[in-house]
Structures are given as structure tokens and as C-alpha cells.
Design a binder for this molecule. Structure first.
Ligand code: SF4
Length: 711
């Protein structure tokens, strides 16, 4: 039965962290009482099959954490962000937000107010935030932290397949693939329960290849590990396609019947001779050949990319290059085969489907498309002309804060940009130039510390809603206990603000009502949720979109676990090849900054660490984060393990403890991005943007390395 404060019982819900959305069961530890809660994995949930990682096992400790925000905070001296915070009533805090918002819009126009969302918000909240920006505020300025996560693969998939669903097949299909090529993906550390699917394939005889500049746990367990120079994956993919063409391994019938544009790609990759690719990437010709042999000798093969391939100033082209290879080998749409991208954030998929992106409306509709505008405006009960035009991407919005024509008052939900954005020193300065900043979070994050008003929000086990996992499976987040007194969820906050802005009639704080409206807004769109109901999601262990509403009297649409089996979502049903060329990254090593810096995740931490750094059982916050560097480089720079090392780039500097390891290339150093302050990896990273997706180049820049202290 559903657990409520009046009827506590087992609650089937999902981990609050990554896109695997592992199924968990919460039970009250004291019979008849709403909390605290005991947590156990759901044996039967298809993504985790009884597994959890350390983050999931400790997730309940977030609920009664002593640092949890339990009341709104405002500044002692209003308008002075150097003054201390003091507790405030919800009325006072919301009034301050509304006065700041209306003041900014009266003085500078509608777009002087911006919203910054997150890929951890439920579908209902992501939808409500997008609508709030367009209907209550009338601003074009909304984007979210998923722009820093999935946007390059999403842009590439939309262009190639006509639709973007991270995995266009169930995760369980991975076990059916006789060959798997993982590019810039490290599930053994980032989502360990997902390894069950890969391991099942290996046990059945599958061969796995990992492309990563580091010998990660995933790479160490693979049959073959390729460690290219960061920023050269595109050349690697083009080199593999060059070889496939030369050795007559292209699936000609598939290319002829299911795709368009191959001739231009064939001409383009003619220049990617294996020895040239070896010079660009550092991957030997022999390993290139071996990889192609593994992919083409298997009866089923998958190519999966993740952030390592995508977070580049050419991330979209790089994803296109891997899609080109998958299409040439005839993989997408075939059993146990295909191209997919492994989403990171908990609702990274749903978060980008329902209107948080600067250019999108719910159902993956386009804000620039007249028919899409008309459909959504009709559901919202407004004139299409009232809808703003597309705004600007996340970093572009942040980079213009407080400038003439830029946002003057910003509302941030579920995002800690002071840690997660690139070039965070610049972002921090821009936040300081705002007239007003409001942050909603469960803890006083580094971004919340800079705010005028902080709003305490409900968290995962205290709210109802839906999430969409890495497979495109819509699942239920269920309430096991009420939020603490004084804490509200973001739907309530958006409704309360809309009420004060005179637009309350357009909004609801009830998740079920919001989901019902989302279904109608998405109807007929690419991400069609109209046939999905809370009841179905609960009864069926989730429902895969697209799932249109069945005509009256007909059986429910079953949902779509596998896409592309018959046709792609393009107007002619064919997938699109695209000729793409290797470009040097926006920044390469030189005399001043002689090494390559790349960044990524650790198993115990999640994203900006706002939550996981506070979990005692998994936190490494008492230990300085480490920089990984190769023994050859360490010897040359006279650095030993645990020495304090200063990394500096053209944007800033940060300090880390050294970990000397042969798990990384000798010309590259790696740091995790979960920390702010003195060990902020993103004080170093380059905000050069991909021209299509507007993804920053998190994964490669030039860095100087020096030892500054003893262990
Ligand atoms: Fe599962 Fe991801 Fe949660 Fe770990 S963080 S338990 S892999 S959903």
C-alpha cells in the first residue's frame, strides 16, 4: 500500500542519485511511525536487480541530516549579501523573491529574470519550472545543468535519428550484445549495479572494449582498453570507419535501405588512414584493427558513449562520428545492437524533455516551431504569442548575469553552479554581479551561500512524482514520509510564487495534476507521455516513452522499450549520416601549460557533492581530493604520492593531493569535479562551447602541474 504519514508501510521508490534509478524499498523502522526509514534494494527492479552502490545504501541519511535546511533564510541586511543569513517565514522569503523579480522586470524587461533548473528534478517539477518561466515570468531565460551533461549526445541523436532517448533499448539488452564498445564511460565506478548487465554478457562470451584515457575499473575489466589522447575520440571513430570501408565490412544493405548521407561520410573518412589516426590519438594501428574485428565479427554489437566522449567543444561531432560507425555497421534497431548514450543525472533524460531547456517545450517540442507553440499554448490556456522565443544556453546565461541585457535576478533549483559550471571563478563573479539570487536546495550549497534568499525544499523520500531513467523508462518516485515542518517541495514554491505574481490559476502544487497536464502537453510530441499514468507506472515497473494515449475503447499502448526497429523518427524514416572532421580541442598544451587536464567522477560522490560530501559513511570530504598522475610525470616533476600539488590553467588554480598511478596516460592528469573551494576542478576547466549543443569543454584543457607541499 502507499505509505503516508497516516498509513506507514513499505514504499517502493528509487535512489535519489544517478540515472540508473535503482529500485529501493523504504520501511519505517518503528511500526506505525513515519520515520526514520530502513532501506533495501528491490530484487526485482530491472536496472539494479537487487544491487545498490554505496551512495544508494546511504541515501536515507540525507533525510534527517543535521545540516539540512529547515526554514527559509534571508539576509540580515536586505540586499547585502555580505551580511549573515537569518531565518525567515515563507511569506517574508517569497515576498522578497516576488519584489526582486517584479523590480528587475519593471526596470529591465521580462528577460531580466532567469531560471536555472536541474537534471535531478522530477518530470513534474521540470515541467512546472519551464511553464513558470514562460507563463508566470514571461522570460526566455531558462536553462539547466543538463546542458553540462548530456547535451552533445542529445543534439547528435536528434540530428541522426530524429529523436533523443539515451538508450533506445532496455538496459538488459546490453547483456545480449556479443561486442560492446564503451567510449568515455565508467559504469563500474559511477553506477556499479549496471555492471550486472555487462558482466552477464561477458559471462556469455561477449567481448568488451573501453575507450578512456584512464585505466578505470571498467577499462581494467575489459578485453581491450584503448587510451587515446583526450579530445581525439572523433578521429578514432573516423579511423575505425575508414578501416571498415576499406575492408568491405560496411553493411551495405542497411546503409542503402535505412540511412541517407553515407557517400559524403565515406569521402570524409578516406583521409583517416590508420597511421594518421595513430599519430592523432596515440592508439596503435594494431589496436584499431583489433577493435574493428571485435565489432564486426560479433553477431550483435553496441557502441555506448558517455561524458568522456561528449563534454568537448566538438562533443556533438564526436557523438555523430560514433553514430556514423554504428550506422555503417548496421547496428541501430537490431536485437542486442545499437548506439546509446549513458545518461548521468537521476532525471537527466526526463529533465531535458519537459521544457527546462532554453529552446524546448514539453514533449521535446521546439519553442521555435509554430505548431509546437500552438499545441502547448492551448494546453496552458494562453495565446501562443505570449510564449517567449528561445533563450540562451546555461553557460551563456551565467556568463551574462548582471551585465546590460543579461539576467539581473536569478532563481536556481536543484543546481550548484558554483561547483558544477566550467570556469567557476568567472561564474562566481557573475553571480556576485546579480541584483538578486534565490536558491532552492536541501543544504546550504556553495551556490546557496551566495544567495539573497534560500528556500529549503523537500527531498526524494518526501515527495511524489515521476523520473525517466537512462533507458527512457518512466518510473514513480514515491513519498515514504512527510517533509519536516517548515519545508515544502518545489511545486508548492512555484505555485506560491505564481499566486503572488497573479498567475496562480495556471499552476498546481499537486504532482498528479501536474503530470496529467504534462501528458496532454506532450501528446503527439517526440517524447509522448500521454498514455502513461501513475497507476500504469506502478503496475508495470515503469513505462517506456513514447507511449501515446490509446483511442477510446482500445487497449493501452504498451510503451516503446526498443526504438528504431522498423524506422527512425526522421520524416523519411531513415537515419542521417553526417560528415564530421577532427578538430584540435579549444586548448592544447604549450610551454606555459604543458599537460592535458581531464575531469570526472568518483564512486562515492555524486555531481557537485552537495549531498554526498555530507554523507559520513561515504564522504571523503575530510581528505583532500586527489590528482592522478603517471609515475613518469611524477618523477619528472619530483612529485610523490600524497604531496600537495598545484594545478593551474589560464582560468585559475586548485590544490590536490597527488596519487601517482600508471592508470593514466603520462601526458594527462585527472581530477574529480565533486568539490568547490581550493580543490575546485572547475576553477580550471575551459568554458569553450560546442557550437551546436553549447556543451562546455569539461574534458580537456591545458594545465601546469607543480609540487607545493609535503604529504
Ligand atoms: Fe543505483 Fe545510481 Fe543510486 Fe548507485 S547512485 S544506488 S547506481 S541509482
Amino acid at each position: 500500500p502507499p505509505a503516508t504519514s497516516s498509513h506507514p508501510g513499505p514504499t517502493l521508490t528509487h535512489c535519489p542519485y544517478c540515472s540508473l534509478q535503482c529500485g529501493i524499498t523504504l520501511r519505517p523502522t518503528v511500526r506505525g511511525m513515519p520515520g526514520p526509514l530502513a532501506l533495501e534494494p528491490q530484487e526485482g527492479f530491472p536496472t539494479n536487480r537487487g544491487g545498490l552502490c554505496s551512495k544508494g545504501w546511504t541515501a536515507t541519511s540525507l533525510l534527517d541530516h543535521p545540516q539540512r535546511l529547515l526554514t527559509p533564510l534571508v539576509r540580515v541586511v536586505r540586499g547585502d549579501r555580505t551580511s549573515a543569513f537569518r531565518p525567515a517565514s515563507w511569506d517574508e522569503a517569497l515576498e522578497q523573491v516576488v519584489e526582486a523579480v517584479t523590480g528587475a522586470q519593471d526596470a529591465y524587461g521580462r528577460d531580466a529574470v532567469g531560471c536555472f533548473g536541474g537534471g535531478g528534478l522530477t518530470n513534474e517539477k521540470a515541467y512546472a519550472l519551464g511553464k513558470f518561466a514562460r507563463v508566470a515570468l514571461g522570460t526566455a531565460m531558462i536553462d539547466y545543468n543538463g546542458r553540462f551533461c548530456m547535451s552533445s549526445a542529445a543534439t547528435a541523436s536528434n540530428a541522426a535519428f530524429g529523436i533523443d532517448r539515451g538508450l533506445p533499448f532496455p538496459l538488459s539488452d546490453v547483456a545480449r550484445a556479443e561486442a560492446v564498445l564503451l567510449v568515455g564511460s565508467n559504469p563500474a565506478a559511477t553506477m556499479p549495479p549496471a555492471m550486472q548487465h555487462l558482466d552477464a554478457g561477458r559471462a556469455a562470451g561477449a567481448t568488451h572494449v573501453v575507450v578512456d584515457p584512464r585505466r578505470t575499473p571498467t577499462a581494467a575489466g575489459a578485453d581491450l582498453h584503448l587510451a587515446p589522447l583526450p579530445g581525439t575520440d572523433l578521429a578514432l571513430a573516423n579511423g575505425l570507419l575508414h578501416l571498415a570501408i576499406r575492408e568491405d565490412l560496411v553493411d551495405q544493405e542497411y546503409v542503402a535501405t535505412r540511412t541517407t548521407g553515407f557517400a559524403a561520410v565515406r569521402d570524409g573518412v578516406a583521409a583517416y588512414w590508420p597511421d594518421r589516426v595513430e599519430r592523432i590519438t596515440g592508439v596503435s594501428v594494431a589496436d584499431l584493427r583489433r577493435t574493428l574485428e571485435i565489432l564486426t565479427s560479433a553477431r550483435s554489437a553496441m557502441i555506448l558513449t558517455a561524458r568522456g566522449a561528449e563534454q568537448h567543444s566538438n562533443g556533438t561531432d564526436t557523438a555523430r562520428a560514433w553514430i556514423n560507425l554504428a550506422l555503417a555497421l548496421g547496428l541501430p534497431g537490431r536485437p542486442g545492437s545499437g548506439y546509446g548514450t549513458v545518461t548521468g543525472q537521476g532525471n537527466g533524460q526526463g529533465g531535458r524533455e519537459h521544457g527546462q531547456k532554453a529552446d524546448q517545450l514539453p514533449g521535446y517540442r521546439k519553442l521555435a516551431d509554430p505548431a509546437d507553440r500552438a499545441h502547448v499554448a492551448a494546453v496552458w490556456g494562453i495565446d501562443p504569442e505570449e510564449l517567449p522565443r528561445p533563450g540562451v544556453s546555461a553557460f551563456e546565461m551565467l556568463d551574462r548575469l548582471g551585465t546590460p541585457g543579461g539576467v539581473r535576478a536569478l532563481l536556481v533549483l536543484a543546481s550548484n553552479v558554483v561547483v558544477s559550471a566550467p570556469d567557476v571563478n568567472r561564474v562566481r563573479a557573475r553571480l556576485g554581479a546579480l541584483d538578486f539570487l534565490c536558491v532552492s536546495d536541501i543544504f546550504l550549497s556553495e551556490t546557496a551561500e551566495l544567495a539573497d534568499v534560500v528556500l529549503p525544499c523537500a527531498q526524494w523520500a518526501e515527495e511524489e512524482g515521476t523520473m525517466t531513467n537512462l533507458e527512457g523508462r518512466v518510473i514513480r518516485r514515491r513519498r515514504a514520509l512527510p517533509p519536516p515542518d517548515g519545508v515544502h517541495d518545489d511545486l508548492w514554491v512555484l505555485k506560491a510564487l505564481a499566486d503572488r505574481l497573479g498567475r496562480g490559476a495556471w499552476f498546481s502544487a499537486d504532482p498528479a495534476a501536474v503530470f496529467d497536464e504534462l501528458r496532454r502537453a506532450s501528446e503527439g510530441g517526440l517524447a509522448d507521455y500521454s498514455g502513461i499514468t501513475y497507476a500504469r507506472v506502478e503496475a508495470e515497473q515503469g513505462v517506456f516513452w513514447p507511449c501515446p494515449q490509446a483511442p477510446a475503447g482500445e487497449p493501452d499502448h504498451p510503451g516503446t522499450p526498443r526504438l528504431f526497429t522498423e524506422r527512425f523518427a526522421t520524416p523519411d524514416g531513415r537515419a542521417r549520416f553526417a560528415r564530421v572532421e577532427h578538430r584540435e580541442p579549444a586548448e592544447r598544451p604549450d610551454a606555459a601549460y604543458p599537460y592535458v587536464l581531464t575531469t570526472g567522477r568518483l564512486m562515492a560522490q555524486y555531481q557537485s557533492g552537495t549531498q554526498t560530501r555530507r554523507v559520513p559513511a561515504t564522504s571523503q570530504s575530510s581528505v583532500a581530493p586527489e590528482v592522478q598522475l603517471h609515475p613518469d610525470l611524477a618523477r619528472r616533476l619530483e612529485i610523490g604520492t600524497a604531496d600537495v600539488v598545484r594545478l593551474s590553467t589560464r582560468r585559475g588554480a586548485a590544490h590536490f593531493r597527488a596519487r601517482v598511478t600508471d592508470e593514466i596516460r603520462a601526458d594527462t592528469v585527472f581530477v574529480p569535479f565533486h568539490w568547490g573551494g581550493a580543490s575546485a576542478a572547475n576553477a580550471l576547466t575551459n568554458p569553450a562551447l560546442d557550437p551546436s549543443s553549447r556543451m562546455p569543454a569539461f574534458k580537456v584543457c591545458a594545465v601546469a602541474v607543480e609540487r607545493i607541499g609535503d604529504p
